[in-house]
Design a protein around this ligand. Structure first.
Ligand code: FES
Length: 571
């Protein structure tokens, strides 16, 4: 029985007791203690990654989704078995959820490998979850379907529609500037996130859901279905039904995540006006794919960005919410608009090519939310990579969410050496800062103790905010939330903690940002920079144990996706 060339179900990956038949006999015996019949024990298994957690509000609906996936699996003759992995509730993690993305990816990969299953359905959605799951699945390379938990619905406050979390930031900025009272901000707090599901705008979670669908890793048309919509449960059931078909067709992630589908995903990221985190996560996912990984070049990102208009009118770039995107036609409509510049022979988990999918008749579409390529929301893509002596390895700016009057800007640097320094001084009356200065935050990159948090949305200094200043050029080696907006340069590579030039900037230095030249220049000569480098004192406190040490020792720079060096396929 254990000599089968292709063991399935419980016969896969036996526990090693030195006697295979004993191992299977013992496994079936213990499985029977859970009440399974012989008929069930002989079935192929679909593992279901269950990421429900009391610390993850976005995943409140996961248990119901897992039940629906199970229905689908049972209907096709499989045995569904759910299992937990760690769950990353974005706002409940210290110091930042990104630090645990790689841990979740390892957990996901190893549990897919270690436990007997013929296919797997990943259930996830909150921010770092889909990247972590796809990274793990790409490395495990077992037939996989990603099921997205779906976005939240909007709430209402005094007649205004609110959605996490672009509106969170807008109201908080108004509160800091004294335009919103304490009483009103307390009322708003209760109306920003009102249902289960992920953030309601085109933030990182929504961006990654759309990227997962573009990579072919979800069922077509499922990325944007609201979390509370009954169609979300039907998508879960259909994912369960599809899982064994995907396995029988041999559609493993390395056949779906290819150079072509990654390029399609970059086009979609740009057309969405998607999150800056999208480029970091897609780089990490692509780096896991196949035998050697797929490298994403930021120069190529710029080429694609100059030829991919922003077509989607969602916050923080535009005005709508994910529920509007779904109602407007969702990913099918967007992909149809982009079809002339996409690789149409890419496959999805259904075995259908993108071109075949897009042959079906287009449904209803709402041009207020998804524009045509002839009449785009923005003529060029949402993200742009910047290079120069301040960022030799590149930096990212979301031009679609920035103030065009700051696109060509030279200003005086106002430097904060750490997150603590920023918190201490940003609202000080003594801070020497003017509206046309450039705020620089150092020591917040991947290898810093801060672990590359979403702190790049540096608040406008209170005295300037109160004077009506809404945007300034801000530069850091950390990230910002996909729901944030402003002329904010992020992911500066190399970071300060590994000796990058951003760590050498001093108060009063002149910095030039040019979107047209895609450049970020520190106007200080090389000799002076070298002098500063020689006298620089490392601010990096080295963790000495546990996951923090593993992270600090092995995390790569932002241009490599901040994955662990030993987990990338090229390693
Ligand atoms: Fe979960 Fe925003 S907090 S997606």
């Amino acid at each position: 029985m254990t000599d089968d060339i292709d063991p399935k179900g419980f016969a896969r990956g036996l526990t090693n007791y030195g006697d295979k038949d004993f191992s299977l006999y013992l496994r079936r015996s213990f499985a029977k203690s859970m009440g399974y019949s012989d008929e069930m024990l002989d079935r192929p298994i679909v593992g279901i990654v269950n990421t429900a957690s009391g610390y993850n509000n976005c995943h409140r609906g996961v248990p119901e989704l897992v039940d629906a996936v199970k229905r689908g699996v049972l209907a096709t003759g499989g045995l569904p078995i759910d299992f937990p992995t760690i769950s990353l509730g974005e706002v409940f993690l210290n110091p930042t959820s990104l630090m645990f993305r790689n841990l979740m990816a390892m957990d996901t990969e190893e549990m897919i490998r270690a436990q007997p299953m013929d296919a797997v359905v990943l259930v996830g959605g909150c921010d770092k979850t889909v990247p972590a799951q796809l990274m793990g699945a790409a490395s495990a390379d077992l037939p996989t379907i990603q099921l997205i938990v779906g976005p939240m619905m909007t709430g209402r406050h005094e007649g205004e529609r609110l959605g996490a979390c672009t509106d969170c930031r807008r109201f908080w900025a108004d509160f800091r500037a004294g335009r919103v009272t304490e009483q009103k901000i307390a009322q708003i707090e209760g109306n920003l996130a009102t249902t289960l599901g992920t953030c309601a705008v085109m933030g990182t979670a929504s961006t990654m859901a759309c990227i997962a669908e573009t990579l072919g890793m979800t069922l077509p048309g499922t990325a944007a279905i609201p979390a509370v919509h009954a169609d979300r449960l039907r998508a879960a059931e259909a994912s369960g039904k599809q899982a064994l078909e995907t396995a029988r067709a041999g559609l493993i992630p390395s056949k779906l995540i290819t150079e072509q589908s990654v390029e399609n995903a970059l086009r979609v990221l740009l057309a969405l006006g998607g999150s800056t985190n999208g480029i970091l996560h897609l780089t990490a996912i692509a780096g896991r794919a196949g035998q050697r990984g797929i490298a994403i070049s930021l120069e190529r990102l710029n080429e694609l960005s100059d030829t991919t208009p922003v077509l989607v009118n969602l916050k923080p770039t535009g005005v709508g919410y994910m529920e509007d995107f779904h109602a407007a036609g969702g990913m099918g409509t967007l992909l149809r608009e982009l079809a002339p510049v996409l690789h149409l022979d890419c496959l999805s988990v259904t075995g259908e090519t993108l071109g075949e999918r897009l042959k079906s008749a287009p449904g209803y579409l709402d041009r207020a939310i998804i524009r045509s390529r002839a009449e785009p929301f923005e003529a060029v893509g949402g993200l742009v990579a910047l290079f120069g002596n301040l960022a030799p390895g590149g930096a990212i700016l979301k031009r679609s969410a920035a103030d065009p009057t700051l696109f060509e800007h030279t200003g005086r640097a106002v430097v904060f050496t750490s997150l603590e320094d920023l918190a201490d001084r940003i609202d000080s009356d003594d801070l020497d800062v003017k509206a046309d200065d450039i705020l620089v935050l150092q020591n917040a990159g991947p290898k810093s103790p801060a672990g590359m948090p979403e702190a790049g949305y540096i608040p406008i200094p209170k005295k300037l905010a109160q004077a009506g200043v809404k945007d300034m050029v801000r530069i850091s080696d950390c990230r910002m939330s996909g729901t944030a907006f402003g002329t904010i340069v992020l992911h500066v590579t190399p970071e300060a903690a590994v000796g990058g030039a951003i760590g050498l900037v001093q108060n009063g230095d002149e910095i030039s940002l040019s979107i047209s030249n895609k450049s970020l220049i520190l106007n200080v000569d090389d000799a002076e920079l070298e002098k500063r480098r020689q006298s620089a004192v490392s601010q990096r406190a080295q963790p000495t144990r546990g996951y923090a040490k593993l992270y600090a020792d092995h995390v790569t720079q932002a241009d490599q996706g901040a994955d662990f060096d030993f987990l990338m396929a090229s390693s």
